[in-house]
Design a protein around this ligand. Structure first.
Ligand SMILES: CC(C)(COP(=O)(O)OP(=O)(O)OC[C@H]1O[C@@H](n2cnc3c(N)ncnc32)[C@H](O)[C@@H]1OP(=O)(O)O)[C@@H](O)C(=O)NCCC(=O)NCCS
Length: 161
């Protein structure tokens, strides 16, 4: 009962939906809070109007609490970014978001999906592995941190049938 009440109060179960230009400011805010090189509102506005970019938002009630962005070319796509509001992480919400996003990519004729993930990003690696992605390469010292440290990237791939 308490769980039901708190769900009702927070706007019901989260929904994965296509994002629109009206979401650009909130998506930039979420991105900036999740990555040290944040994308600005203008970058999101551009992506949200490009035909080769697919953006989904995760909404709970009136609040957007996550997003996924992919770029498509022929029958391949690259997941450019996925993030969940830091207050909402660890609840398993990214899985629905990613699987729905992949379903829409499949619906657009995408057969192969690539992504890069920082080697030590355990939640993201786990998310992708559970969604069927496999490691196909490793890029040494690929990401430069603000403090000058370099971190390795893993290249992952999943084929959609
Ligand atoms: C990556 C991210 C989207 C995951 O979202 P989330 O909703 O918090 O993820 P979940 O709660 O579904 O957890 C994903 C998996 O990681 C596991 N996990 C969570 N924190 C972990 C940790 N610190 N160490 C190891 N595994 C962890 C969870 O148990 C879950 O695995 P399971 O399905 O086997 O139980 C979120 O952490 C995020 O926004 N991070 C910042 C942005 C980012 O790094 N994006 C990915 C860029 S490639």
């Amino acid at each position: 009962m308490t769980r039901w009440l708190s769900r009702w109060w927070s706007g019901g179960p989260p929904a994965v939906e296509p994002a629109s230009v009206r979401d650009a400011a909130r998506l930039a805010q979420l991105h900036g809070a999740s990555f040290h090189r944040g994308w600005g509102e203008g970058e999101f506005e551009t992506m949200l109007t490009e035909r080769n970019t697919l953006v989904h938002r995760l909404r709970q009630g009136r609040r957007v609490i996550g997003f996924a962005v992919s770029r498509m070319a022929a029958d391949e796509a690259e997941i450019l970014s996925i993030a969940i509001d830091s207050n909402q992480r660890g609840r398993g919400l990214s899985r629905d978001l990613l699987l729905t996003h992949l379903g829409h990519l499949a619906g657009r004729g995408i057969r192969t999906i690539f992504l890069e993930v920082e080697e030590n990003n355990a939640p993201a690696r786990r998310l992708y592995e559970r969604a069927g992605f496999g490691v196909i390469g490793r890029r040494e010292r690929y990401y430069k941190q603000p403090g000058g440290e370099h971190l390795n990237a893993l290249l992952m791939r999943r084929d959609l049938s």
